[in-house]
Design a protein around this ligand. Structure first.
Ligand code: ADP
Ligand code: ASP
Ligand code: MG
Length: 470
């Protein structure tokens, strides 16, 4: 069984959704069995839903009404393009309208209460997938394919960490066996809403922005699937974001470890948690272009190839570097443990950590949105030491980015770091901090630079390793 996920641009219009039906028909012809389809919201829809709920919580009662109209029009236009049967199209539009009425009711209560909880946000932000999945299922049926829309709230069981819920695989496996397997066995294509799930008690949750990729691998593991195919708007995983490096190349293969690293450090092509559910079972992932389905795409699997040495360069932005400095930290055991205990208590996690050899300072990088809370928490932890000047300052520097240079082939290669630093120096880019991690099967050199030089840094390193020529 194959799970295929279509991203926002791949379902971004009626014509694109008709393309999804065509790809599904071709896949069925090739594999002789119905795939399980996972869909994102139409591009831009989730942003609008979040905006509507946020403005409603600030008392704005007009924005959500206007957004409702825009979403109704967007989906009706798509239906017009991919569901030719007038009667079918009419009933589908009515279904979309009743979901949007529910969206308006939710926003009205948010505006009335003047409060938006994480739980409420998940109900609203997950509606885009509930709209698009209905249209995709109808387009499949219009294409002569037996299909049925299924809400992931009936399938993916999660905890109640609203906004980035954690899947519970055992419960999800049981639901998949009940709901999905019989459908597929009877020749029906299930069209599942990406991004969303529900707690055991049925309370809706979301898996985090960009989480439909994660939905696909969660289902891939629980069914289980033989492969998971992620259909997007580029030819696969590339050596860098093509929006930053126009001559970036598509990789024919990348390992789980490498893509996990690239995704964590900003390669938006896959959600950072996508790999987790399938690594253990070794289920391969293919990243494919729905605009050019004939291309081979990228195969993601456990195999670690050493060529090219560097697989990719990414940048993650909107970060802050926090530095804890003090001569009294020298040789005192447990300081780092206390620092990161305080970071954890603030609810943040450090993306990168460095410590100078004299032990007089510890630097780490967190999201800027979390930096103030982190600094306060660390200051509180070291209140006594700060009063005695054993710890002098806890400072944060905003507007930084981490550049990550990733590739299994660089492990044990003494030349890589030197080349990266030469490339940055030649472009007059100042390095704020460095960390390197290397295992038998992966390598990551992470460099903190000012956010304003992040794009130049990615381009300089990409060009130094001639990644446009692989
Ligand atoms: P989808 O809606 O299909 O999930 P996304 O916008 O989430 O698509 O992800 C695809 C985008 O990821 C591409 O259009 C590209 O700009 C961006 N991207 C960033 N880094 C990379 C990379 N290393 N390889 C490919 N695409 C990347
Ligand atoms: N629609 C959701 C988002 O925009 C999930 C996804 O597209 O993967 O974040
Ligand atoms: Mg995505």
């Amino acid at each position: 069984m194959i799970v295929m996920k279509f991203g926002g641009t791949s379902v971004g219009s009626g014509a694109r959704i008709a393309g999804v039906a065509e790809i599904t028909a071709q896949t069925m012809a090739k594999t002789g069995a119905p795939p399980v389809i996972v869909v994102s919201a139409m591009s831009g829809v989730t942003d609008k839903l979040i905006k509507a709920a946020t403005l409603a919580s600030q008392g704005d009662r007009r924005a959500f009404a206007q957004i409702r109209d825009e979403l109704q029009a967007k989906h009706e236009e798509a239906i017009g393009e991919c569901v030719p049967n007038a009667e079918y199209a009419r009933s589908l539009k009515a279904e979309i309208s009743s979901l949007l009425t529910w969206f308006e009711t939710l926003c009205l209560s948010i505006a009335t209460l003047g409060e938006l909880t994480a739980r409420g946000m998940d109900v609203v932000s997950g509606m885009g997938e509930r709209l698009s999945a209905r249209v995709v299922a109808a387009a499949l049926v219009s294409h002569g394919i037996k299909a049925q829309m299924i809400e992931a709230t009936e399938l993916i069981v999660t905890d109640n960490t609203f906004g980035s819920a954690v899947p519970q695989f055992e419960a999800t496996t049981a639901k998949c066996a009940q709901r999905i397997t019989p459908l597929v066995e009877s020749g029906v294509v299930p069209v599942v809403t990406g991004f969303i799930g529900a707690t055991e008690d049925g309370i809706p949750t979301t898996l985090g922005r960009g989480g439909s990729d994660y939905s696909a691998t969660i289902l891939g593991r629980c069914l289980p699937a033989t492969e998971v195919w992620i259909w997007t708007d580029v030819n696969g995983v590339m050596t860098a974001d093509p929006r930053i490096v126009p001559d970036a190349r598509t990789l024919s293969h990348i390992s789980y470890a490498e893509i996990a690293e690239l995704a964590f450090f900003g390669a938006k092509v896959l959600h950072p948690k996508t790999i987790q559910p399938v690594v253990q079972m070794g289920i391969p992932i293919r990243v494919l272009n729905s605009f050019e389905p004939q291309n081979e795409g990228t195969l993601v699997s456990a195999v670690s190839l050493e060529i090219p040495i560097i697989k990719g360069i990414t940048a993650i932005r909107n970060l802050s570097m926090v530095t804890v400095t003090g001569s009294g930290m020298l040789g005192v055991p447990g300081v780092a443990g206390r620092v990161f205990g305080a970071v954890a208590r603030s609810g943040a996690s450090a993306l990168m950590i460095t410590q100078s050899s004299s032990e007089q300072n510890i630097c780490f990088v967190v999201k800027t949105s979390e930096a103030n809370a982190v600094v306060k928490s660390v200051e509180k932890e070291f209140e006594l030491e700060m009063a005695h000047h054993d710890v002098d300052t806890v400072k944060n520097q905003d507007q930084v980015a981490i550049i990550a240079v990733v590739g299994a082939g660089a492990t044990g290669n003494p030349d890589i770091a030197g080349q990266v630093f030469t490339a940055l120096a030649a472009s007059s880019i100042n390095i704020i901090s460095i960390a390197q991690g290397s295992t038998d099967y992966n390598y990551n050199l992470s460099i903190v630079v000012s956010q304003s030089s992040a794009d130049d840094a990615v381009r300089a390193i990409h060009s130094r390793f001639q990644l446009d020529q692989i």
